[in-house]
Design a protein around this ligand. Structure first.
Ligand SMILES: [Zn+2]
Length: 467
C-alpha cells in the first residue's frame, strides 16, 4: 500500500496545460493512468473517462456505492523540510504533497476494493472508487463524471474530516480589478503574490523602478550597504509594529535597475485563513507605511478593507449561522497588470449569506471604476443528519475508532456537493494536523492504516443499510 502511495506521490500532479486526452495536463493524465493500472493489476474493473476522471470497481449488483477521491494536488511553496514529491516516513508520520489531500485516502480506498475482491466478499451493491483530476481547480472532473457516469446510490468522500462533514459552506471566488493610481504605477514596476484563490499566500514580492521615490529612499537609508534599513525608518517601523507585523518577515534588496521588497508568511487553506499568515497583508502594509497619508487611493482602500482577518467585518459582510458556521475571506492573490491591480478572493459562505450583497459591499469599498468577475460559485451542501448515509457512517466511525461522534461544519469544498446523497468522511481525525495545502503536508502512519479499516467497514455497513 505504501509503495502505491509513493509512486503516485512522485508524479507532480499539479494542474497543467490542457492537451489532447489530458485536459488537466500531461502529468495529471500520467497519475490517473498509473492509478488505474494499479487497480487493474488488482483484478478490478477500470475505466478512464477521457483523462477527466476514472474509476475502479468491484462486485456485481444493479446499483453502486461510491467512494470519491482526487489525484490532483495544489502547488508547493518554500519551507518544506522533506521532499514534497516523494514519500518520507519520519517519526511515525508520512510526509509529502498529497499524502493527506488526497492521494493517501485514494490509495487506502483502492486497497479497500482490493480487499473486497481478494476476500471475495458478497455485497448487494458494486463498489465504485471514482478518482478525479481537477478537484483543486473547480472539480470539472466530477462534473464530467456526473454528466456521463452512473450516479452511485450513496457516496462518501475521504477528503475532509472525521467524524463526518454535515455541512459545507458555499464557495465564491472573485476576481476584483482595481485601477492602480499613478502613485503606484509611477514607482512599482512589478507586484505579485499568490497564484490561487484557495491558498493563503506565503510570499509576496514587489519591485520599485530605479530612480522612483521609494527606490531613492531605500538607497539613501541603506547607507550603501543594508537595504533593510528602510524597515527601521521611524514611520515605516512604527506603522508595521502598531499593526502587529514582525520586521523579520520583511526584506529589501537593492539592484542596479530596481529595488525589491519581499514579505513572508505561512501558507494555509483558504477555508481557515486564520491558520495561515498572509504575505499580501504585509506587502500592502509596507506600501501604506511608506506612503503614509499619501499612499494613494489604491493602496489605501485595498489595505483598509481587505488586508486583515477582520476584513468581513470591515466590509460589512460578516455573518454566521448555526447550521453552517461563519463566513470567511481569503485574499489569495494580487498582481499588478499595467495600470490595474488584480485581486483574487476566496469566500466561504454560510447558508445565511447572500452572494449579491457580498459582491456589492466589496465593490463599495473599492476605488471607483473597479470591476468584479465571479470566477467560481458553488452552493452550500447540507446533509440530512438523520438519513441512512450519515447515521451509518457515524456508527462505523464510533465502532472502529471508539471516537466520539458529532457533525462537523466545514468551509472546505469537496466532491460531496457535486452529486446527490454524498458526504465527506475523513481522512483527518479530530485534533490531527495534516498541513494540507501547506509545507510539510503529513499524515500519521497509524491513521493512514486506520483509514483502510474504517472505509472497509463503511462499505459493508452501507451495503446492508441501503438494501
Ligand atoms: Zn482535497
Amino acid at each position: 500500500m505504501l509503495n502505491d502511495l509513493k509512486e503516485l506521490m512522485e508524479i507532480e500532479s499539479i494542474m497543467g496545460k490542457p492537451e489532447s486526452g489530458a485536459p488537466f495536463g500531461k502529468k495529471m493524465r500520467k497519475t490517473l493512468d498509473l492509478f488505474l493500472s494499479k487497480a487493474n493489476s488488482y483484478g478490478l474493473k477500470t475505466e478512464n473517462m477521457d483523462g477527466y476522471c476514472g474509476y475502479a470497481e468491484v462486485g456485481s449488483g444493479k446499483s453502486c456505492i461510491g467512494i470519491l477521491c482526487h489525484l490532483d494536488v495544489v502547488p508547493v511553496s518554500d519551507g518544506w523540510s522533506y521532499p514534497p514529491f516523494s514519500l518520507t516516513l519520519d517519526d511515525g508520520y508520512l510526509y509529502g504533497r498529497g499524502v493527506a489531500d488526497d492521494k493517501g485516502p485514494a490509495v487506502a480506498a483502492l486497497h479497500v476494493l482490493k480487499r473486497l475482491k481478494d476476500e471475495n466478499v458478497k455485497l448487494n451493491h458494486r463498489v465504485r472508487l471514482i478518482v478525479g483530476c481537477n478537484e483543486e481547480n473547480g472539480s470539472a472532473c466530477m462534473k464530467y463524471y456526473v454528466s456521463r457516469g452512473e450516479i452511485p446510490v450513496a457516496s462518501f468522500v475521504p477528503d475532509a474530516d472525521f467524524p463526518i462533514i454535515g455541512s459545507e459552506k458555499g464557495i465564491l471566488h472573485l476576481k476584483v480589478t482595481v485601477p492602480a493610481d499613478s502613485r503606484l504605477t509611477d514607482s512599482v514596476e512589478y507586484l505579485c503574490a499568490g497564484d490561487r484563490p484557495n491558498v493563503v499566500p506565503d510570499k509576496a514580492v514587489l519591485r520599485f523602478r530605479k530612480d522612483s521615490e521609494p527606490y531613492n529612499r531605500i538607497k539613501e537609508t541603506s547607507g550603501g550597504a543594508d537595504a533593510n534599513a528602510i524597515f527601521r525608518t521611524e514611520s515605516v517601523c512604527t506603522f508595521l509594529a502598531e499593526n502587529g507585523y514582525d520586521l523579520n518577515d520583511f526584506s529589501a534588496h537593492l539592484f542596479g535597475d530596481y529595488a525589491e521588497i519581499e514579505t513572508r508568511g505561512i501558507a494555509g487553506h483558504a477555508m481557515a485563513p486564520q491558520k495561515g499568515d498572509n504575505a499580501i497583508f504585509k506587502l500592502i502594509a509596507f506600501l501604506k507605511a511608506l506612503g503614509g497619508q499619501n499612499c494613494g487611493e489604491t493602496v489605501g482602500k485595498v489595505y483598509d478593507s481587505l488586508c486583515s482577518l477582520k476584513a468581513p467585518e470591515k466590509l460589512g459582510i460578516a455573518c454566521k449561522d448555526e447550521k453552517s458556521g461563519a463566513l470567511t475571506l481569503n485574499f489569495g492573490a494580487v498582481k499588478l497588470e499595467k495600470d490595474r491591480l488584480v485581486l483574487t478572493l476566496d469566500l466561504r459562505l454560510p447558508l445565511c449569506a447572500d452572494k449579491d450583497v457580498i459582491v456589492k459591499n466589496i465593490m463599495n469599498a473599492m476605488p471607483e471604476h473597479s470591476a468584479c468577475e465571479v470566477l467560481h460559485h458553488a452552493k452550500n451542501l447540507y446533509a440530512d443528519e438523520n438519513g441512512t448515509l450519515v447515521k451509518t457512517l457515524l456508527k462505523v466511525y464510533a465502532e472502529t475508532t471508539g471516537g466520539e461522534t458529532y457533525i462537523v461544519k466545514s468551509g472546505g469544498g469537496t466532491y460531496a456537493r457535486e452529486l446527490p446523497n454524498a458526504v465527506a468522511f475523513g481522512p483527518t481525525f479530530p485534533n490531527a494536523e495534516t498541513n494540507i495545502h501547506n509545507a510539510d503536508e503529513r499524515l500519521k502512519l497509524g491513521d493512514f492504516e486506520k483509514l483502510g479499516e474504517i472505509y472497509y467497514r463503511a462499505v459493508i455497513e452501507l451495503d446492508k443499510a441501503l438494501k
